[in-house]
Design a binder for this molecule. Structure first.
Ligand code: NAX
Length: 330
């Protein structure tokens, strides 16, 4: 029998937290035969709600779930964890600028970096979901010295999945037949959703989305803006931000990282740049990656035209500005 993996979810009393803990305990993140122990962290003011989530997890009688820790103590929450999904943070309120969001969240991520370094398993894999996700990941890297930079990532898989979904809707094909979209850059409205390398499985083999859509304007304009603005559209419709899709994407991200991407398929992950595609080293940027044996690597050699280049540069320069704001307050 496999040993249980300890998975930390921060902000576990929140919306995404509520959706993701059940997914993890049902094997959607680490596989259907992998037992887990859930560590859930939230603020003291959410302690009652968190305890309610703990009770529901027990009541769901989930066979893979081998234990639940519900706490507002960072040290206890991070103790020995192998996977950390960091969702907790200061939420964006109406009228709040991106800069204010950075100012509120950077100190939280500095504190969590030291908890991570002191208490987590040394090979812990970290996924930052909380916004500003890329900059929070950068802060973690800077302040969690003991954890290798390659173990720290941020979530752009939701944007990636949204891109696959838009192509599937446009072509009226099952989303499972669409692959190799790319999200480049920041998890923000400057991200560049790129379908120029994506393909669809057809009876005649794999065909480029570019050819099947045959509408350059849709691919460069409507597709890009729909994916960029999808989060806002969900808020408008639901009066709440994306949560089930965010939780599902976080499971996809960790599952592919740990268990590997299928041959010929890549996914988007926010990772620390090694200078690939001219993106400054050390920037947390979303790239196409493949994963094998628990390690991601950036897909190399894709053609980047002037249109793509300018979009990637705009997102990289926004990340540079976010970094400057973060450094200023640290
Ligand atoms: P909620 O406000 O429902 O939940 C956040 C939870 O975090 C709350 O329970 C709060 O008490 C807790 N929290 C706050 N500070 C904490 C701390 N220092 N330690 C532990 N817990 C803390 O937000 P929710 O809708 O679940 O969204 C969570 C985060 O995900 C937000 O930052 C949001 O912007 C971000 N998102 C990121 C996405 C991505 O693709 N990267 C998409 C979805 C989502 O918008």
């Amino acid at each position: 029998p496999k040993q249980a993996v300890k998975v930390l979810v921060t902000g576990a009393a929140g919306q995404i937290g509520y959706a993701i803990v059940a997914m993890i305990a049902r094997g959607q993140m680490l596989g259907p035969d992998q037992p887990v122990v859930l560590h859930m962290l939230d603020l003291p003011r959410a302690a009652d709600a968190l305890n309610g989530v703990r009770m529901e997890l027990i009541d769901a009688a989930l066979p893979l779930l081998r234990g639940v820790v519900a706490t507002s103590d960072e040290a206890e929450a991070f103790k020995g964890v192998n996977v950390a999904i960091l969702i907790g943070g200061w939420p964006r309120k109406e009228g709040m600028k991106r800069k204010d969001l950075i100012v509120k969240n950077v100190p939280i991520y500095k504190s969590q970096a030291s908890a991570l370094q002191q208490h987590a398993a040394p090979n812990c894999k970290v996924l930052v979901v909380a916004n500003p996700a890329n900059t929070n990941a950068l802060v973690l890297k800077e302040f969690a010295g003991g954890i290798p930079a390659k173990n720290i990532t941020c979530l752009t898989r939701l944007d990636h999945n949204r891109a696959l979904g838009q192509v599937a809707e446009k072509l009226n094909v099952p989303v499972g037949d669409v692959k190799n979209a790319i999200i480049w850059g920041n998890h923000s409205s400057t991200q560049f959703p790129d379908a120029s390398h994506a393909t669809v499985r057809t009876e005649l083999g794999e065909r480029p989305v570019k050819e099947l859509v045959a509408d350059e304007k849709w691919l460069r304009e409507e597709f890009v803006s729909t994916v960029q603005q999808r989060g806002a559209a969900v808020i408008k419709a639901r009066k709440l931000s994306s949560s089930l899709s965010a939780a599902s994407a976080a499971c996809d991200h960790i599952r592919d990282w740990v268990l590997g991407t299928p041959k010929g398929t890549w996914v988007s992950m926010g990772v620390c740049s090694d200078g690939s595609y001219g993106i400054p080293e050390g920037t947390f940027f979303s790239f196409p990656v493949t994963c094998d044996k628990g390690e991601w690597s950036i897909v190399q050699g894709l053609q980047i035209d002037d249109f793509a280049r300018s979009k990637m540069e705009a997102s990289a320069s926004e990340l540079k500005e976010e970094k400057a704001v973060a450094i200023n307050i640290l």
